[in-house]
Design a protein around this ligand. Sequence first.
Ligand code: GAL
Length: 721
Amino acid sequence: MGKREFHGVVLMSLCLWVCGVTASVTYDHKAIVVDGKRRILISGSIHYPRSTPQMWPDLIQKAKDGGLDVIQTYVFWNGHEPSPGQYYFEDRFDLVKFVKLVQQAGLYVHLRIGPYICAEWNFGGFPVWLKYVPGIAFRTDNEPFKAAMQKFTAKIVSLMKENRLFQSQGGPIIMSQIENEYGPVEWEIGAPGKAYTKWAAQMAVGLDTGVPWVMCKQEDAPDPVIDTCNGYYCENFKPNKNTKPKMWTENWTGWYTDFGGAVPRRPAEDLAFSVARFIQNGGSFVNYYMYHGGTNFGRTSGGLFIATSYDYDAPLDEYGLQNEPKYEHLRNLHKAIKQCEPALVATDPKVQSLGYNLEAHVFSTPGACAAFIANYDTKSYAKATFGNGQYDLPPWSISILPDCKTVVYNTAKVGNSWLKKMTPVNSAFAWQSYNEEPASSSQADSIAAYALWEQVNVTRDSSDYLWYMTDVYINANEGFLKNGQSPVLTAMSAGHVLHVFINDQLAGTVWGGLANPKLTFSDNVKLRVGNNKLSLLSVAVGLPNVGVHFETWNAGVLGPVTLKGLNEGTRDLSSQKWSYKVGLKGESLSLHTESGSSSVEWIRGSLVAKKQPLTWYKTTFSAPAGNDPLALDLGSMGKGEVWVNGRSIGRHWPGYIAHGSCNACNYAGFYTDTKCRTNCGQPSQRWYHVPRSWLSSGGNSLVVFEEWGGDPNGIALVKRT
Ligand code: GAL
């Protein structure tokens, strides 16, 4: 062997060694390239804190069986860093465990670090303390913000690296995301926005993950970051460089439910159609947002008025069960697409018109041929002639022919739905109750000011609740005392719910909604001669998660607060002395825990409170046999929060009845989130998921806090079958 050949062999074996072991993810104009191979990747969002670690393996396996290659998740900053520098990566926030489980199942991960994530998650994922960093402004060219964002992003990247989780290290993460849908914000704020985009991209790329970064809805994503599409349809999307692949990071499988809103649905046919259309137009990565939506446990839901259920009409329902016919219909779609993969990655499609509203997209190479035949008409069936064949196409549908001859799938032909039932397993609980008094300004820990304060500024989101308390003095010579016309109290609030107590009696409740969180209480109130105690309980229902500088949005009673109909005319109470108390008494006593609940006297038997405001209820129950998912039917309750064995299953608000316009889903054609909405006239959410793994085989405690009045005897534990 000559010197040259010897070198060649060494180089080759070096390459075999290095190239064989070192994995890589790159991309070109067609697709993400994994270890030298272009891939058509089907992805689905499963957000780890929206289910329990015990549910993860099953969800991931079902995703795999459903034909997914990738699991996509956001990273939830406020769950991981509840106070500055104090990190939490356990239980539902055990990100490393989640990623490793995906790896064990043989799937890839798309890690959307954000750290702004939107996601109907409290404060869009930002920790509340971030708002109070001096000089900070979120998501713009602001030094304190950029420093905090970089610190957390780097923290996550190094955690992933330490665990060798990037594909470049042999792990499952093939892609990451920085920011989230920043394009529209940048468009609104201009130059500082542009500078921030550049900085964010550079900062992310500088973290050297060895796998590509994407920015969704970011038309000016700086190279090498890939801009991607989000929406119900993305067939016409084009990345900002012809060297980047056409990717869809959020194909909305339904939509979220808000308290007071109808329950959105998206037909499986339309969802499949949108995917097939994207792929035939050269798309190579599709992610279902959500594949499993899950539950907003505790106080994690944000965006204002977002329900505790985040079911999303996803292919796997909130409880992890298959949502049919959607799950199966997509599974078959994925099979058909996978059969086409060799042709899809090899060449760009040739488009043929087959008549009015009829098209074929043909991917043909010497070795492979795949065709998609589409009927875009929303009403009429069509017969298309393609090659030597005749093809029948339902309206708004695409047929897939992995060999350019045989139809293996049509997006409009779905299987049967499954009937799901909520069957009561226990509805005879022995309830005990405890009524808490409206707070009083004489309480030691109340604070006072001659002003109305913004709510989150005071609570720092440690509780949904803030008491505003003041005194109203009424003279014996007030005219209304004789003429029987009680004065009108008006209180204006930036949101989100307000309970008004006068002399400890509930005088009324008002609330806003997703479209407008602001509210005004205005009603005649009963006042007596002398001092009257006015206590306003202001309730936040999640912090905002979206909008330009959403961190500046206010909540709480900002005023004015006035009393009209006195001898003096209208009395403005806004700048008199107000006392504040953060949270409920029951919260500070931890009544939801076993040790805390023994600190008060509970009422039992026939005297248990019903339809009373500010009532805590507790009971115990044993876990039903079997593995069927469980829920609480809270249809008889108003609003509040529920705990099982000390853990919050979320806010309940079945008292908010879905209004607006409802529409069944018998629809073929352009879909928007307002198209199919169900449940009008019913509670937006009646059932609340109780994770099996939170129960023990012995006795389990159930605690309900009710704000304005409910009947606990109507509560049932149900199983979903
Ligand atoms: C998108 C956003 C997601 C989620 C979704 C609605 O615009 O990127 O995080 O909020 O809307 O469910």
